[in-house]
Design a protein around this ligand. Structure first.
Ligand SMILES: [Zn+2]
Length: 339
């Protein structure tokens, strides 16, 4: 069995705040004179049922973590550490998702907030060897007009290199907001060459996925796992070449599936779907990138060749330049050819 930390891969589903190390959260809280609930710093991953109440607990933990991030320095640190942690787990490309709105009050607005993330992504790419690109994500809990403002901001920084914005997302509770109302924001993003990478089909089922696909025209789906409940829809998304960003630890923590082995990873792969494993919010789920591959190995019985295929799918599903993808793919070949 080969070492999963050395398997070259791309990380396509990681949230800025949720990427934070617990030690960093504690330090930033201390600096801000804030007390953290013990549930955020103990050794137990957040586990909540997929009910409104369950999500509420997740959201409250998330909001608490977000509230400690109150300076440019803190923001830079989070990006840098996310890149360092990814580097230690064999990631060659990180596409980190951020909603700059939450940090705007501390750094002078959403524009500087995004520029800080972008600038640090560039610096961290050079320092760690992990290409760090940025996804700007709007929130379902805010007005669709806010999403348009974010899309216009994202559009100004579009590109495919390190430190550039490659995609536009939509996150937060899938049960909130009306999906179709976010279509104009995604249209603005697409016109600027950004790909749509909204969340969909984790807490909600195929109906929601259908809505997201129809109105937001995603190239990748955040989660999308519950598409497996409708084989016809799944076949349609596979034909359309949509990549599924599957985050098994997140699904189990949020109560979508009882155990890692219940996540329908096999069903997706058997249907021919392109699956990219991601950690989502390691701060809350206490499970980072390599662990998702470990789950695929241990709970789903994938051998090293199949795990290498997953890594290749993550690279192909990334928005890296074609030349960079080719280099990463040959590194996967080398990993599989190795001892
Ligand atoms: Zn997510």
């Amino acid at each position: 069995m080969r070492d999963l930390d050395t398997l070259p891969k791309a990380h396509l589903h990681l949230h800025f705040t949720g990427s934070m190390r617990i030690s960093t959260l504690e330090e930033l809280a201390e600096q801000a004179g804030m007390r953290l609930p013990t549930s955020l710093v103990d050794d137990d991953p957040l586990r909540v049922p997929a009910s409104e109440r369950g999500w509420f607990r997740f959201q409250r933990s998330y909001d608490t973590a977000r509230a400690v991030v109150r300076s440019e320095e803190a923001m830079r640190r989070i990006v840098r550490e996310a890149a360092e942690d990814d580097a230690a787990e064999g990631s060659r490309r990180l596409e980190i998702q951020v909603d700059p709105t939450s940090y705007a009050p501390f750094v002078g607005g959403i524009t500087p907030a995004l520029e800080i993330v972008i600038d640090e992504a560039r610096t961290a790419s050079a320092a760690t060897g992990v290409e760090v690109a940025v996804i700007v994500a709007a929130s379902r809990t805010r007005h669709p007009l806010d999403a348009r403002t974010l899309a216009r901001l994202a559009a100004r920084h579009a590109g495919d290199g390190p430190g550039e914005v490659i995609g536009f997302g939509l996150s937060n509770d899938e049960r909130r907001g009306t999906t179709s109302e976010f279509a104009p924001a995604f249209r603005i993003a697409r016109r600027a060459g950004l790909v749509g990478v909204p969340h969909g089909g984790e807490l909600e089922g195929p109906e929601h996925v259908r809505d997201v696909v129809t109105h937001l025209k995603p190239v990748r789906l955040g989660h999308g796992i519950r598409t497996t409940e409708d084989p016809d829809l799944l076949a349609r998304l596979v034909d359309a070449g949509i990549t599924f960003e599957v985050c098994p630890a997140s699904n189990v923590s949020l109560g979508v599936y009882p155990e890692p082995g219940d996540v329908p990873l096999r069903a997706l792969l058997d249907a021919g779907a392109r699956v990219a494993l991601g950690a989502d919010d390691p701060l809350l789920f206490l499970s980072r990138l390599s662990e998702q591959y470990r789950i695929a190995r241990e709970a789903h019985g994938l051998d090293d060749a199949a795990l290498a295929d997953l890594a290749r799918a993550s690279i192909r599903g990334s928005l890296a330049a074609e030349s960079a993808k080719r280099a990463m793919l040959s590194e996967v070949d080398a990993w599989l050819a190795g001892p």
